[in-house]
Design a protein around this ligand. Sequence first.
Ligand SMILES: O[C@H]1[C@H](O)[C@@H](O)[C@H](O)[C@@H](O)[C@H]1O
Ligand SMILES: [Fe+2]
Ligand SMILES: [Fe+2]
Length: 325
Amino acid sequence: MIAFAFSFTIKLRVGRNIVFREGLGEYEFSENGSQEQILKSRAETELVLDGGFCIPHTNSYGHNFRDYDVESERKQGVENFYRVNHINQTVDFVKKMRGEYEKLNKIEMSIWDCCELLNEVIDESDPDLDEPQIEHLLQTAEAIRKDYPDQDWLHLTALIHDLGKVLLHPSFGELPQWAVVGDTFPVGCAFDQSIVHSKYFVQNPDYNNPAYNGKYGIYSENCGLDNVMMSWGHDDYMYLVAKENGTTLPSAGLFIIRYHSFYALHRSEAYKHLMSEEDVENLKWLQIFNKYDLYSKSKVRVDVEKVKPYYESLIDKYFPAKLRW
Ligand SMILES: O[C@H]1[C@H](O)[C@@H](O)[C@H](O)[C@@H](O)[C@H]1O
Ligand SMILES: [Fe+2]
Ligand SMILES: [Fe+2]
């Protein structure tokens, strides 16, 4: 039997297979160890992975993925990251950042240039990753490409989903880590308990503001995530860059980019009352994408030069040669 170490997993025996349930997802592994996998989102049945991608037991540090409480060399730093993040991400801050970065007047460069630039930045919020960012982008893209060979937009989405982390780079004003990486959450309404290290929100000025701390806060039922202000970071920034530069990626691709760090929604099902019908559709793709984003953080190296021509062809198809950032 294959032992998988999800602390929050219920293990069920179904016929010859072992089924693992976790959050919204469902994984099936055949018992003979052939590592076939069927991954379904409970919310849908059309989008079924055709197998191939194998979820590893542990992250590069030998721990469960996204375990923010386990003692490790990263624990203290990650917790401190979230403390500062939760104190500073306010409605006013998000408005200010959106205003500044939607000008897209910082630099002009291609998508691939940005992938290379990203190698110079380090993400201090991530307890699982100890590799250069370009490795993570390519590992995610290659893993999803294997299981979804015909969805080229999904391969490109995976390649670019974290490019917004260039906000950490000196040419973008070298934003602090708390304003770029980590999980995201809505501001302008109550902070949900399921958010990583949510205890630190008590020190956020919006926490005690009656206009911002109700279930709906400044929003209304099913208003659509497009009308919700998310904490500022690499997701929203990259979404802005892609959209304003006229990408032809489908709306599910843009949704993945924009909400891939919104774990409270796509893993814990919080904030569903703010979603529109279109969000519900797009969330199915995000949940598929997430498995590859999270569990492909492994030691398996991708030969960058070998796969580069393929991704260059996708960039040509969906983006202009140079983008405004
Ligand atoms: O630490 C990670 C990392 O910053 C990822 O890029 C982000 O998407 C995740 O949500 C976050 O937990
Ligand atoms: Fe990310
Ligand atoms: Fe990622």
